[in-house]
Design a protein around this ligand. Structure first.
Ligand SMILES: [Zn+2]
Ligand SMILES: [Zn+2]
Length: 270
């Protein structure tokens, strides 16, 4: 292992509908890899909060993370987090979850724009791609203005499916200004930007966001970054996190962050 404080701030357990491995297995995996901190961030998809019983699964996830933190004491720091999906589509749900549990860390994410399916399921023959992407950035901006989170998860998530899975082309320059707007808003509100390494394991072949955006964030004055594998099974815990740190170093960052009680702790990239 190349890095002293290798940590993973984005993993899913069987408390997420699209993941199957229990918290203990995820933690054991992290221990084997010699990780410093593992932050559990199960899904809370606000737009289907009650229908899909996220009010229950998120509480369970919180409880499991706290138990694991006690069990793994001395071997691994286990933090309790949550991935708040589409908070703007049901603010009541987002606030309820954040009030119900004393989380260490909240990721905010946008998996679908209001009234449309997840980018994972969209029919790309049927939509005006650029319009939908503009709406994606609008919703991210609204989320930052709302502000009840610590780090923005996987900025450029739609690229994973549009470019990675479907092999379509996006005119990236059309969105440079929107990306800048997001980065500046994060910096102004003291929120972190996540380097999501799942794209390295997938067809996209790069992190979300990519190196160019990380460099831009740094250039604009961004200092808070979290790194997460977005593992949905034990074998992916820590996946790509070393590459993520190497990328950050190349982009000029000397530290990354992990969170406890919503407070950033800076860890050296060394
Ligand atoms: Zn996500
Ligand atoms: Zn996730």
């Amino acid at each position: 292992m190349k890095y002293r404080y290798l940590s993973d701030s984005h993993v899913h357990t069987d408390c997420s509908r699209d993941a199957a491995d229990p918290t203990t297995m995820m933690c054991e995996s992290a221990c084997r890899l010699g990780l410093y901190t593992l932050t559990i961030t199960d899904h809370c998809e606000c737009n289907v909060y009650k229908e899909e019983a996220y009010d229950r699964s998120v509480r369970q996830s919180y409880f499991e993370a706290r138990k694991a933190s006690a069990v793994f004491h001395g071997r691994l720091h286990v933090r309790a987090g949550v991935e708040i999906g589409q908070p703007m589509q049901n603010l009541e749900a987002a606030n309820e979850v954040l009030d119900a549990c004393d989380f260490d860390f909240a990721l905010a994410s946008v998996h679908n724009v209001k009234g449309m399916a997840d980018f994972y399921e969209l029919d790309y023959g049927e939509i005006q791609l650029n319009d939908v992407l503009m709406r994606y950035f609008d919703e991210i901006m609204e989320t930052i203005e709302w502000g009840r989170f610590d780090s923005l998860a996987h900025l450029t998530y739609p690229w994973r499916y549009i470019v990675g899975e479907h092999g379509l082309t996006i005119e990236n320059s059309l969105f440079d200004e929107r990306v800048d707007q997001v980065l500046k808003a994060l910096i102004a509100s003291n929120k972190a930007l996540e380097v999501n390494t799942s794209g390295l394991r997938q067809k996209l072949g790069e992190t979300m966001p990519n190196q160019k955006i990380l460099e831009r964030y740094r250039e604009l004055g961004g200092r808070l970054v979290t790194v997460g594998s977005d593992a949905h099974r034990w074998a992916d815990v820590g996946g790509g996190v070393e590459e993520g740190l190497a990328l950050l170093k190349k982009a000029g960052f000397s530290h990354f962050t992990v969170y406890a009680h919503h407070t950033p702790k800076f860890l050296p990239i060394e």
